[in-house]
Structures are given as structure tokens and as C-alpha cells.
Ligand binder design. Sequence first.
Ligand SMILES: *Cc1c(COP(=O)(O)O)cnc(C)c1O
Length: 369
Amino acid sequence: MTTYVWNYTAEYEKERDDILDAVDKVFGSGKLVLGDSVAGFEREFAGHHGLGHCVGVDNGTNAVKLGLQALGVGPGDEVITVSNTAAPTVLAIDGAGATPVFVDVRAEDYLMDVGQVEAAITPRTKCLLPVHLYGQCVDMAPLERLAAEHGLKILEDCAQAHSATHHGRLAGTMSDAAAFSFYPTKVLGAYGDGGAVVTDDPEVDAALRRLRYYGMEKVYYVVQTPGHNSRLDEVHAEILRRKLTRLDGYVEGRRAVARRYEEGLGDTGLVLPATNPGNEHVYYVYVVRHPERDRIIEALKGYDISLNISYPWPVHTMTGFSHLGYAEGSLPVTEALAKEIFSLPMYPSLSEDVQDKVIYAVREVLRTL
Ligand SMILES: *Cc1c(COP(=O)(O)O)cnc(C)c1O
């Protein structure tokens, strides 16, 4: 059987009764859209973060987009972010009508090089958008300082960082609003698409509720300002409520897998993920680095192991973003990383046997390179 980076059937086998009970509860409730499960999940997910508000939306991309719009970001505004991210981060900025501005990432942790942000600020800059990539947080203090100095908003992209912490603070609690994805592979995943925005600001909360519901408020059928249909589905909200109670366990499972990789691969030429001081990593993906990346991935196919790259093409080099005008070579660290990084299997239900097979195969491939 081929080993992939993700496999969720093991989780479903373990949680099947609870998942099906959640589905049955919603289907039997007669409230299929914006019912008790969405409201309950929003209360519980906000509570998990110690924040006042959570608004469930249809996916993580729209969580970022609606989050930006709720913060007042729109056409003519610039949003500073990174190119080493999932394309949806940047699509969401584009979808809000704003212009993405990229800074490079750091070679040590693949995260936003916050030292480059100040030079990227212009009179049009409206928002900073750090991405807590792969499961650990960006260095937030410099961004918070810049936001205060220049009157900017901060939106955290937490799609890969559920329950990650930074100097004791949870990802999602260090900004004006924070976007989450519950795509099935994420650290907290639904059984389909889902997303949410968390905030402590009641006005941002109200704007989000309008934006996800056609732009309507209080009086249904009257659009206040044009919005979207971007609601979190009841079924996924109920499943997420159940899974939220197990989130600590999922994170522990991922950390145990990471520890086993460190024991099994720490003495090889692979560069393993480094956790910054003050950070607690949740290992959404386990990203390693090697100059012979392509040969390694090819050779591992011979061991029936099929790996992913997060991400093989920096966003600024994609045809769809050529209008932004970033020449090749403009973000050198991002571009160099994209040629050398790849991801090993990482999910909480990954068995020790399968992981040992991966460790053995990687060691063999590196030995005979
Ligand atoms: C997954 C992801 C998104 C988009 O979430 P979807 O639910 O797939 O739309 C946005 N940003 C990052 C960093 C992601 O990993």
C-alpha cells in the first residue's frame, strides 16, 4: 500500500461513531443552515482562543478574504505577506480587491522575514498578513510594533497553526482578526470544506456576519453592502465541535511523530524543521530540506512512498500573479527553498510501523544518493 503524506481513513475508523452521530444530529434537527451547530462551534472556538467572537465561513480562503474585508481592506490597499505560502493566502488578498506585496522568508524557519516588512510599507499599506506556516508562528512583536506605529491592521493566516503558541499566546490571538481553514488535512479538519475568522472586535464580528450572508443584517432580504454566500455548513460545524474536544490529542500525536523523525533522521543530511524559541510547533506539515530533493522524491517512489512539496512554486512566480510584476530572483530565499523542500508523512494517526518504513527508506535513499 502506498504511503502518502496524509491519510485520514485511520482517523475515521477510530472516530466513525462520533462523526456519524454528528451527521445524524444535524440531519434530524431540521436546521440545515446556520443552526445550533454553527452557533455552538463559534462559541466554543472563540472560547478556545479566549476571544469574544468567531464567525464560521465556508473555507479558509474566504476566511482570509472576508477577514480582510471586515478590517476595511479593499481596492487601492496593499497587504504585506509572503510568497512562500499556500496560494489561497494571496488569492484572498486579490479577491478582496487589494494588492499583495511580498517580503522574503528566512532560510532558518521558512517564515516571514519580519525585518523586511518596514521597508515594504507605503502610504497605501493597510494590513500585515503573517502566515504561521507549517505549524509555527511568525515573530509577532516586530509586526505589532510596526502596526501600531503606522496605523496598520494585522490579520493572521492560521490555516496551518491551530493551537500553535508563540510566547504563550495562541495563534489567532495576536491580531485584529485571524483566519482558519478546516480543510480535512488541517490540524483541525472537517469532513469537507470549512473555515472561520476569530476576533475580539464586535464590529469586525458584525461585518463578518453580514459578509458571509449576502451582505444582509437583521432585516433578511435587504442587502446593506454587497456580500457573499460564505457560510460554514451545519454538518461540518457539528463535526468540528466534536473534533475540537480532541484537538490537544491531535497536536500531541503530531508532536510524537515529529520526535520520532528527529530520532530517526537527525543524523542524516536532511535539514529537519527548527522550532524557534518561544514557539510550540503543531507540525501541520513536516517540511525537510535537501539540495537533491527531486532525486530523493523519485527514489522514494521505489519504496512505495509518495511525497508532497509545500510549495513547489512560489506564488510570485505563478502565471496567475505575473501582473504583480515580481521578477525571478526578487525573493531569493523563497525561490531557493522551493527547489529544496519537501514534506514527510505527518498526521496524528500515522502508525509507528509506517513511520519506521519511511525513516528506513529515507535513510537508504540518502545513503545511496
Ligand atoms: C489551506 C490554507 C488556506 C486556504 O484554506 P482552504 O480551506 O483550503 O480554502 C489558506 N492559507 C493557508 C496558509 C493554507 O494552508
